[in-house]
Design a protein around this ligand. Structure first.
Ligand code: ATP
Ligand code: MG
Length: 702
């Protein structure tokens, strides 16, 4: 046996006969149509590795396209482990952007590559005004979705109205009016010299279709193509794929029609389903053994998807669980969302205490707005959390802007002895970021966190200068090594596709949230069902499904998610009997009024602070600095991120309210019995004037 044979045999180890057939299929079209957790991603990874290590193909000639930057990173990592380095694994966007940057000098005849639109919603609001429409945030978002859908379907502004009617879209205004907004949006964008993500893909397509030399270079660079999650490809991405292929046929696609969850943005499972018709000689492989989840999880998943209707449902298969039995899924109803979040956090703490690493746990929800309640509840019980959206980290507009600002700052002479994190913070402040003022939640919070992660990274890496740090960022961007924090993953169901965790919490499973109220057509409702299916099939061992009857205590009761009749049948309001949890939930539920103007406060961060964000602050700056120094020391000692000790909102509240007793301390939202036990004494001493060294184990300064 040669070395290559030996390596190839190793790559084939641990595959079932069907997977093996897909892996060893000869060059040419291959299609794996299979359910969740059946090893599709494993099969494509092995197929690439098999062909590389057996010497059939050159790894640099492969382009593998996956759905998220995180999945692409995982793919590269696994390939490297299997002995196949150097394969390009990217998202469509990242591949398109890279191609465009490379060819920009040729395609743009010396002109600058346009900047990416950083806030589509803002531009859409302006465009709506031009069409004499007033768009609030939700409407602007809906209009932006329509524009994205149209562009993903290669529909031009003038064609929008007819196409929208045909596709039974439900735009927020009359279709003709939305067409006008679309036209205005394109004009505004052009006038400002900007492009959006869809333009970028279009430009990548156009670069190949209109420029034979570009086409030739790309096609000689890439000869073998692989697409994961192919059920969610949209017509624009398919066109790019066709442009890359240029009629060649070395293409492997894998997908599961039952996991189509992006059709609202224009994706369509028909490319996957029709693949065997498009390539009559394709090797088609079907997989049904589920290697990921326990039979208990698999049974629930099968049950949910067996009710599916519509085109995507035709191909569904019943999964066969291969793993040893595990616990039954935990179905819970709580009286309200805060009680639900507290119970989920308590269960996460139990799992971590029993040895499950926090990174093997995920809390998944329908909308990003649901994240904050869980961030706070987990912080309260001292379990670290990571909010995703960390996927595509380097593609986030604010991160791009920050990187540019850092590069610019790196060019000016450094202030002697200024530590790197301080230099990074300063450069970010110049872009408008405020280190001490994280906004309450949602997209603004995510943007803030992304920049905070850059500062944390500056604290972690051993860069000696800002220029070094910029080089480190570029290196990480090239390999998509996004900054990470150990913690429970908080993510939307959409961003969880393809991933898996030991324990998965599917929360907020109430009518109106899942399915969302925006799902008005039968197709949209079916997509919501598939979203639940994707969520369930992420769990290896423990699965928890829950909802809070009302959003806030005493609020209007909602019905449980219609796709889970089992949930309605589970014990009524299973609020935990744990008195500490009940107290925590009660505290969250109290009406809190601004101590400056008396207005009722709703946002978590404002409630903690005890005043409206724009009411005047009476913060003791000196105390605040001491508290921050103390938090830094404590977080360092405990090897946790600073916010696990106290979030920035809690820190701000402490400095403003200077609690002198345990009672005053516990009146601050976000400080529960556990925090009081751990840190109460130190905080009260700091408020009374103690130095950081006095309340920590540090030796006093010389
Ligand atoms: P999804 O539809 O969610 O993307 P998938 O079909 O891509 O799932 P994978 O992620 O490839 O599934 O595999 C699911 C899990 O099962 C992984 O942990 C993988 O390592 C494991 N697995 C796959 N095939 C086998 C096998 N033949 N033997 C043992 N474990 C396997
Ligand atoms: Mg997969």
């Amino acid at each position: 046996m040669t070395v290559a044979d030996d390596a190839a045999a190793q790559v084939l180890a641990g595959l079932d006969p069907e997977q093996r057939a897909a892996v060893t299929a000869p060059a040419g079209p291959v299609c794996i149509l299979a359910g969740a957790g059946t090893g599709k991603t494993r099969a494509i990874t092995r197929r690439i590795a098999y062909r590389v290590v057996s010497g059939e193909i050159d790894p640099r000639r492969i382009l593998a396209v996956t759905f998220t930057a995180r999945a692409a990173g995982q793919l590269r990592e696994r390939l490297a482990q299997l002995g196949a380095d150097g394969v390009q694994a990217r998202t469509f966007h990242a591949a398109g952007l890279r191609q465009l940057r490379y060819f920009a000098p040729r395609l743009l005849a010396g002109r600058q590559m346009p900047e990416l639109v950083d806030s589509k919603a803002r531009l859409v609001t302006l465009a709506a005004a031009r069409a004499s429409l007033r768009a609030d945030r939700t409407t602007a978002r809906d209009l932006a979705s329509e524009i994205e859908w149209a562009k993903a379907n290669l529909v031009e502004p003038g064609e929008y109205a007819a196409a929208a009617v045909k596709a039974q879209r439900e735009p927020p205004f009359e279709a003709a009016k939305v067409g006008e907004v679309f036209t205005a949006y394109e004009e505004l964008k052009r006038a400002r010299g900007l492009i959006d993500f869809e333009d970028m893909l279009r430009a990548a397509v156009w670069g190949i279709e209109e420029h034979p030399d570009v086409a030739e270079q790309i096609r000689s660079q890439y000869r073998h193509f692989v697409v994961d999650e192919y059920q969610d490809v949209n017509p624009l991405q398919q066109r790019l794929l066709d442009a890359w292929l240029g009629g060649r046929r070395d293409l492997t696609v894998v997908g599961d029609a039952s996991q189509t969850i992006y059709s609202f943005t224009g994706a369509s499972a028909t490319y996957l389903v029709d693949f065997p018709r498009r390539f009559r000689d394709a090797v088609v492989v079907r997989l049904v053994r589920d290697y990921r989840s326990t039979p208990q999880v698999v049974t629930l998943a099968n049950n949910v998807i067996s009710q599916a209707r519509g085109g995507e449902a035709r191909l569904r298969v019943a999964l066969q669980g291969q793993r040893p039995p595990g616990p039954e899924p935990d179905l819970r109803i709580f009286s309200d969302e805060p009680a639900e979040a507290a119970a989920v956090a308590a269960r996460c703490r139990e799992l971590v205490a029993a040895g499950t690493p926090a990174r093997e746990i995920a809390v998944l929800f329908r909308t990003n707005a649901q994240s904050q309640a869980y961030e706070e509840a987990l912080a309260e019980v001292g379990v670290p959390a990571v909010v995703t959206g960390a996927a595509r980290f380097f593609e986030r507009p604010e991160v791009r802007q920050a990187t540019m600002a850092l590069r610019a700052a790196a060019k000016s002479p450094p202030v002697p002895d200024e530590p790197l994190p301080a230099q990074v913070t300063e450069a970010l402040v110049a872009t408008g970021w405020q280190p001490d003022a994280p906004p309450g939640g949602g997209a603004a919070r995510e943007r803030w966190e992304a920049l905070a992660a850059l500062v944390t990274l500056a604290e972690e890496v051993a860069s000696s200068s800002l220029a070094d740090f910029c080089a480190e960022l570029a290196r990480r961007e090239a390999i998509q090594h996004t900054p990470t924090v150990e913690g429970v993953t908080l993510a939307s169901l959409h961003s969880a596709k393809g991933l898996e965790w030991d324990a998965v919490f599917l929360v907020g499973l109430a009518e109106g949230t899942l399915p969302t109220t925006y799902a008005r057509t039968d197709e949209a409702v079916e997509e919501e069902r598939r979203l639940l299916y994707v969520g369930i099939t992420r769990a290896r061992q423990w699965l928890w499904l829950s909802y809070g009857q009302s959003r806030s205590p005493g609020g209007r009761a909602r019905r449980p998610c219609r796709f889970l009749p089992q949930l309605a049948g589970s014990a009524a309001a299973s609020d935990s009997g744990d008195p500490a949890q009940r107290r925590a939930a009660r505290r969250r539920n109290q009406v809190v009024a601004c101590r400056v103007c008396g207005a009722t406060l709703f946002a978590g961060a404002d409630r903690k602070l005890g005043r409206c964000p724009d009411c005047p602050s009476d913060r003791d700056e000196e105390l605040y600095e001491r508290l921050r120094e103390w938090r830094r020391v404590v977080a360092g000692e405990q090897h946790v991120p600073a916010y696990v000790v106290f979030t920035d909102a809690t820190m701000a509240a402490l400095a403003e309210r200077s609690p002198q007793t345990v009672a005053e301390l516990s009146a601050i939202g976000g400080i529960g019995p556990r925090k009081i036990e751990q840190y109460g004494e130190a905080v009260i001493a700091l408020v009374a004037g103690a130095s950081v060294a006095q309340v920590t184990n540090l030796p006093p300064p010389q």
